[in-house]
Design a protein around this ligand. Structure first.
Ligand code: ADP
Ligand code: ASP
Ligand code: MG
Length: 439
């Protein structure tokens, strides 16, 4: 079994949707196709939802109306026959009536999550009917029947596998199963999601649940590049990465993958292949257990980081001190990314500053607290870095002109993390590109 995921740009134009239908039918064996919403749709649904939460119904209606126009012209290009165009019109009118119904009611967080889920529901329904029109033997596999998260928003992989098994058996005659990325049910059985970019995570969860031969993530670029192509001009694709390397890159900001994508695939050793829908011949990136040699592999950057410095001359060396500091973060359900310590101080970074004020107020019992917002973690990923000479020299020489706030090295053998002010990010990524990759 193959699990094949197509992102927003891969389904965002009628021609591309037609192309991927063709592409998946050419692939051997049984396939589960995971689709995102058409590009831009989730962003618009976010705008609509936020306008409704802010009680701005006119703004919401403007967004709904322009999105509706977009879908109307989409279906006219996607479907060829009058009969299928009528089906397309019925689908669009049903979804947009639902948006207006949600907008007219008491709009709360639950309605917001229901609204966000519609992007993937509509894209899969349109794709399914396109397959029908083209006489491709496909079935819809509703993600809301099997994909779930627990009260801590963690996917329930074992339950997902248990639910999927009988559903797949009942659909054994279809070689192409179409499902929604991103959406799921939560512990209250409400509609929820796997956070932005979550369709990659859906594909990996399904791939792990069915022990697929391979998970393929098709997007608009030829695989994982050595640096962020949105910030650095000259970047190159990486042919092979280990699960650990890819996991670090995804977690630390390589947008091509949702931060948690690699975790389920790695658990069951299912290879993940990144492919380019716009250039299907390009090799892309193969992520598996197998490592390749070489020193530096890639660099990623994660913005929106807050650094918290705790200065405490009395307590830092006392045993139990760090435990008490960590307990504050645990109490506020906030995970820590980087840590660095000195004799009198400890610096910690977090990416979720929702509970920052409460965290700072609790930490004040330990000493003086300083907070730096708008920080960026730069994560340099490589192969067995601690065994190689000159690694740190190459990094620091490249960054001679950049002030570095924190460094974390040695936690794993394939990562050096640096914290810089976000205003320094572009310069730092470009200098590292030159210094470490000669690009
Ligand atoms: P999709 O809609 O298919 O999920 P995304 O926009 O989420 O696509 O991810 C693909 C984008 O990720 C690329 O267009 C690229 O700009 C961005 N990106 C960021 N870092 C990297 C990287 N290291 N390698 C490849 N792409 C990256
Ligand atoms: N449509 C969702 C988003 O834009 C999920 C995804 O594309 O992966 O975040
Ligand atoms: Mg994505």
């Amino acid at each position: 079994m193959l699990v094949v995921k197509f992102g927003g740009t891969s389904v965002g134009k009628p021609d591309r949707m037609k192309k991927i239908a063709h592409l998946v039918t050419e692939m051997p064996g049984r396939k589960i196709v995971v689709l995102s919403a058409l590009s831009g749709t989730t962003n618009t649904l976010v705008k609509i939802g936020e306008a409704l939460l802010a009680i701005q119904p006119a703004t919401a209606e403007n967004e709904i109306a322009s999105l509706e126009k977009h879908y109307q012209s989409f279906i006219h290009e996607l479907f060829e026959s009058t009969a299928y165009r009528a089906i397309g019109e019925e689908i669009v009118s049903r979804y947009f009536s639902l948006f207006r119904l949600l907008a007219a009611g008491k709009f709360d967080d639950r309605s917001y999550r229901e609204l966000l889920a519609q992007g993937e529901l509509i894209s899969t329904e349109l794709f399914y009917h396109h397959c029908q029109e083209q006489k491709i033997n496909a079935r819809l596999l509703p993600a809301l029947h099997f994909m779930s998260i627990d009260e801590n928003h963690e996917p329930e992989l074992e339950k997902i596998a248990e639910r999927l098994k009988p559903i797949l058996e009942t659909m054994s005659s279809a070689s192409l199963l179409i499902t929604q990325g991103y959406i799921c049910r939560n512990h209250r059985n409400e509609i929820d999601n796997l956070k932005r970019g979550g369709s990659d995570y859906t594909a990996s969860l399904i791939g792990a649940a069915v022990r697929a031969d391979e998970i393929q993530i098709w997007t608009d670029i030829d695989g994982m590049h050595n640096n962020d192509p949105r910030v650095v001009k000259k970047t190159i694709p990486i042919a092979e990465l280990t699960f650990d390397e890819a996991s670090e890159l995804a977690y630390f900001g390589a947008k091509i993958l949702h931060p948690s994508t690699i975790v389920p695939a790695q658990k069951y050793n299912v290879p993940v292949r990144l492919k380019n829908t716009m250039d299907e011949k390009a090799f892309g990136t193969l992520i598996s257990e197998k490592g390749t040699s070489g020193q530096f592999k890639a660099i990623a950057a994660k913005d929106g980081i807050t650094a918290i410095n705790i200065k405490s001359s009395r307590m830092l060396l006392a045993y139990g001190f760090l435990r008490r500091v960590f307990e504050v973060f645990e109490k506020h359900k906030t995970s820590i990314d980087m840590i660095s310590t000195s004799e009198v101080a400890v610096s910690i970074t977090i990416d979720d500053s929702k509970h920052l004020d409460s965290i700072v107020s609790d930490l004040k019992t330990f000493g003086t607290i300083e907070v730096d917002k708008n920080q960026t973690i730069i994560c340099i990923v490589g192969n067995k870095l601690e065994e190689k000479e000159g690694v740190l020299k190459a990094v620091f020489q490249s960054l001679a002109q950049v002030p570095v706030r924190m460094v974390s090295y040695g936690g794993s053998s394939n990562n050096i993390s640096l914290l810089v002010d976000t205003s320094q990010k572009e310069k730092a990524l470009n200098l590292l590109n030159e210094g470490l990759f000669g690009l």
